[in-house]
Design a protein around this ligand. Structure first.
Ligand SMILES: [Zn+2]
Length: 453
C-alpha cells in the first residue's frame, strides 16, 4: 500500500540528484542550444522574435550570449502577437508552433482575468515531459503511483486543471477530477466515499472545507483521513500562519506546489524545491532591466522559465509568468536536492505606499497571524489602479462574531502596529461583519478595486 515502508527519496533518482550542480548547467546548455534552433527553424513567431533581437542560433555560444541577447517573453509580447493575428487563436498557434499547431493534443490557458487568455498548447511530445515534471513534485508530496488524489482546483482551462489531471494519471496515480466548479459539497462527498490519500486545491478551498465540513458532513475535515494536501494558485500555501491552520485542521501535511516546485516536509517552511531544472530551466532577471541575476543564495528577481524538452506547453523561451521570487541555493535542512524558491508576489500585484513596496502575500501573513481572534478574511481596497496607493492603505477585515467595540478598537491598533512592523506601511483597518466577504473556491481575489466599478 502507498506510504508504507521505506521509499526512495526521489521519483527520478538519476536526474534529481543532479539538480543545482555544475553538471546540470551542462545538461541545460546542450538542451537550450537545441531548443533555440528548433524554435528558429520551425516556428514563424520565434524566428521573427530572434530576428528582431538581431540573433541567429549560431550567435549563442555561451551562457553570457544567451542571457544578454535573448529577450524575455512577457504577456505584453503575447498581447502584441495576438493583435497582429487579429485575435484569431488558430493563427496565433500557427505563429507560435508552426506546423505543430496541427498536432495539438491539449490546450490549456491562463485565466485571462487581466485581458486576453494566453494558451498553453500541448503537442504529443509535451505529455511525457509534463508528466515527469509534475511527477517529481507528486513524489516529493508523498503522492505515489497507485495513490488516489482528489482534484479540487478549477478544472477549466488553466494548467492546474485538466492538464494536471493528465499528468497525475500518466505518472501512475489516480486523479479524481471533482474540480472546484463542483463545489465544496461534492469535494467532501467524494473525499468521504473514496478516502483518498491526497487532495489538491487552493489554500482558500482548504480553509472553506474546514469551515463547511461540520455542517455538511457532521464531522471535521480531519475525519477524511487525507495525508497530503497539495496547495497552490495563491500565496497562502507559503504563509506559515495559513499553513499551520490548514495542517492542524486536516491532520495532514501541506505541500506548496507552483511552477514545477514543491515544498518539503521540514517543519519550518523552506520555500519550494525545484526538482526539474533539466526539463524546464529556471532563471532570475531584474524586473525592470531584464538583466540576468545569477542563481545565488538569497537572490531576488523576476522568474523566467524555458522548457527544454518537447514543445512549448510549459514555457517557450525565457518566458516570465510575472512573479517575483527569491532563490536559495544552499542545502535545505531536509536534505533534499534542488534550488529552492519563495514567491514574493506577482509583479502586477505589487503596491507602493509612500515609496515602500508591499505585496498582498505579506499583508495576508500578518492578518493570518491574528487568527483565531479574527476569521482571517480581508480585502485590500484600491481607489486607484496600482501600484501607487495614497496612504493610508485601507484593509477591510472581518471581525469575529460577538466582538465588543472596545475589543475591536484594541485589535485594530494591534493589527495596524503589526503590519507596520512587518511591512513598514501603516494601513487603516476597517471592520466588516463576519462572513460578509466572498469566499473563493478557485483563485482568491484579495483586491476590491473601487476604480474598476
Ligand atoms: Zn527541503
Amino acid at each position: 500500500m502507498s506510504g508504507a515502508g521505506e521509499r526512495r527519496p526521489y521519483w527520478n533518482m538519476e536526474m534529481e540528484m543532479k539538480q543545482n550542480t555544475p553538471e546540470m548547467r551542462e545538461i541545460q546548455w546542450s538542451k537550450v542550444v537545441r531548443k533555440i534552433e528548433y524554435l528558429y527553424n520551425r516556428t514563424p513567431f520565434w524566428k521573427s522574435w530572434l530576428d528582431a533581437a538581431g540573433v541567429k542560433p549560431d550567435d549563442i555560444r555561451t551562457w553570457d550570449d544567451f542571457h544578454k541577447r535573448i529577450p524575455i517573453y512577457k504577456k505584453e509580447d503575447y498581447r502584441a502577437l495576438a493583435e497582429s493575428c487579429g485575435g484569431d487563436l488558430n493563427s496565433i498557434l500557427h505563429e507560435l508552433l508552426g506546423d505543430d499547431a496541427d498536432r495539438l493534443s491539449l490546450l490549456a490557458a491562463t485565466s485571462g482575468t487581466t485581458g486576453e487568455p494566453s494558451p498553453y498548447p500541448f503537442i504529443p511530445e509535451d505529455r511525457p515531459v509534463w508528466a515527469e515534471f509534475e511527477g517529481r513534485q507528486f513524489w516529493r508530496a508523498e503522492v505515489y503511483p497507485g495513490d488516489k488524489m482528489i482534484h479540487g482546483f478549477g478544472l477549466s482551462m488553466f494548467m492546474g486543471g485538466a492538464s494536471m489531471c493528465m499528468a497525475v494519471s500518466d505518472y501512475g496515480a489516480c486523479c479524481v477530477p471533482v474540480g472546484a466548479e463542483a463545489g465544496t459539497e461534492a469535494i467532501l462527498k467524494w473525499a468521504r466515499l473514496l478516502k483518498p490519500k491526497a487532495l489538491v486545491g487552493t489554500p482558500s478551498l482548504m480553509e472553506y472545507l474546514i469551515q463547511k465540513a461540520p455542517s455538511l458532513t457532521g464531522e471535521s475535515v480531519r475525519a477524511l483521513g487525507i495525508k497530503s494536501l497539495l496547495c497552490g494558485g495563491e500565496a497562502g500555501a507559503g504563509i506559515p500562519e495559513v499553513r499551520r491552520k490548514i495542517e492542524e485542521a486536516f491532520g495532514a501535511r501541506l505541500y506548496d506546489v507552483a511552477f514545477g516546485g514543491c515544498s518539503c516536509d521540514y517543519p519550518e517552511y523552506q520555500g519550494l524545491h525545484y526538482p526539474g531544472e533539466d526539463l524546464v530551466m529556471f532563471e532570475l532577471v531584474d524586473p525592470e532591466t531584464h538583466e540576468h541575476i545569477p542563481l545565488e543564495n538569497g537572490a531576488r528577481g523576476l522568474m523566467v522559465q524555458t522548457q527544454l524538452d518537447g514543445g512549448i506547453a510549459m514555457a517557450a523561451l525565457r518566458q516570465s509568468p510575472n512573479d517575483i521570487t527569491e532563490v536559495y541555493t544552499d542545502q535545505c535542512p531536509c536534505g533534499k536536492t534542488g534550488i529552492r524558491f519563495k514567491i514574493v508576489g506577482r509583479n502586477d500585484d505589487m503596491l507602493k505606499v509612500k515609496g515602500v513596496m508591499v505585496y498582498p502575500a505579506a499583508i495576508e501573513g500578518v492578518i493570518n497571524s491574528f487568527v483565531p481572534a479574527i476569521p482571517g478574511e480581508f480585502r485590500i481596497i484600491l481607489d486607484e489602479p496600482p501600484p501607487r496607493v495614497v496612504p493610508p492603505l485601507k484593509l477591510k477585515v472581518e471581525h469575529a462574531a460577538g466582538a465588543t467595540e472596545e475589543q475591536l478598537r484594541a485589535l485594530k491598533k494591534e493589527i495596524e502596529d503589526a503590519m507596520h512592523n512587518k511591512t513598514k506601511i501603516r494601513p487603516e483597518v476597517v471592520w466588516v461583519a463576519p462572513n460578509s466577504l466572498e469566499r473563493f473556491l478557485k483563485k482568491k481575489n484579495l483586491f476590491e478595486k473601487k476604480y474598476a466599478k
